[in-house]
Design a protein around this ligand. Structure first.
Ligand SMILES: Nc1ncnc2c1ncn2[C@@H]1O[C@H](COP(=O)(O)OP(=O)(O)OP(=O)(O)O)[C@@H](O)[C@H]1O
Ligand SMILES: [Mg+2]
Length: 297
């Protein structure tokens, strides 16, 4: 009866493949998302993120492999699962003449324990537009309505496919607060985004997908370690020139640089030691390698 036992993961994906005609959009990916976790799927346009997410939502079917969502097979589209899941699709089209509050009341009716519509309207910052029709909303306001509709059923698992695309900077920060508050409530969230700062801020773990394959997975700050296990050391030399060095042994490098500078009676001005940002790691991992690597002879 129940979707699973406590402690079991919210989402399990094993060897998932999806082909469209001759195109293999998803090429055998596996990952799991723990209950209460915020998991980010990152990757370039066409990487296979929406395909994966929509298979998990039950909107598309897998070619091969297995997926489990709250213990259910989403392809069966059982009501017991749908009631526990909230969805922001990448592409949505809502009936233009419905008003914001009406839409929330209407869709809330499909759930056993919907949240209060006005509370959800306030959560996404649409108070001023509660009585406006969807057709009159701006792009970012419509996206906020999408988010509100995903939350009206008080779901325990939420799929957000580029939820903040089109949001102004303040609205994005507000949406981050919404995600954090959902996380604090113990909800599980699967998020896709092209904003690496968003992933860094919100996700407990991310998977970077490229060409239908997962090329890296882990906590955002740990992705920089391992693959690009380097630290960047920068400072201004005695001539005022900016110097930058990359190392996997910052302790030795700093010892040597500082020792040399002190011997010369100088200082390392504007000294900074930084790790690669998630964006730098992402760009490196998803870069198109044009020429095959030629081994050194
Ligand atoms: N219904 C479809 N029929 C045929 N090909 C499709 C279909 N949906 C997606 N594709 C193709 O599958 C690949 C993956 O698409 P998908 O939408 O999953 O990418 P994405 O990672 O979500 O990209 P984006 O960041 O642009 O949203 C793309 O090459 C796309 O053209
Ligand atoms: Mg997509």
């Amino acid at each position: 009866m129940m979707g699973g036992v406590a402690g079991e993961s919210a989402i399990e994906v094993r060897d998932l493949r999806k082909t469209y005609g001759s195109l293999e959009a998803v090429r055998g990916i596996s990952f799991s998302v723990a209950r209460g976790e915020v998991f980010g799927l990152l990757g370039p346009n066409g990487a296979g993120k929406t395909t994966t997410v929509e298979i998990l939502e039950g909107y598309r079917t897998a070619s091969t492999g297995t997926v489990s969502v709250l213990g259910f097979d989403p392809a069966q589209r059982q009501r017991a699962l749908r009631e526990r899941v909230g969805i922001v699709l990448q592409q949505t089209g809502i009936y233009r003449n419905i008003r914001v509050r009406e839409a929330l009341i209407h869709f809330g009716g499909f759930y056993p324990k919907p949240r209060d519509p006005d509370e959800v309207i306030a959560l996404v910052g649409l108070q001023e537009k509660a009585d406006a029709t969807a057709g009159t909303l701006s792009g970012g306001q419509l996206r906020r309505l999408d988010l509100a509709l995903a939350l009206i059923g008080d779901p325990e698992l939420i799929f957000l496919d580029e939820p903040t695309t089109g949001f102004d900077p303040a609205a994005r920060r507000a949406a981050w607060d919404v995600v954090r508050s959902l996380r604090d409530l113990g909800k599980t969230i699967l998020l896709t985004t092209h904003y690496l700062d968003e992933a860094q801020e919100l996700a407990d773990r991310v998977a970077i997908i490229k060409g239908g394959t997962i090329v890296a997975e882990g906590a955002p700050r740990e992705l920089g370690v391992g693959h690009a296990s380097r630290v960047r050391v920068s400072y201004r030399d005695a001539l005022g020139e900016q110097v930058e060095q990359v190392t996997d042994d910052p302790t030795s490098l700093l010892y040597q640089l500082a020792g040399d500078a002190l011997d010369r009676g100088e200082r390392l001005e504007d000294l900074e030691v930084s790790r690669p940002t998630l964006e730098e790691v992402y760009l490196e991992l998803t870069a198109d390698v044009q020429e095959p690597e030629v081994a050194d002879v």
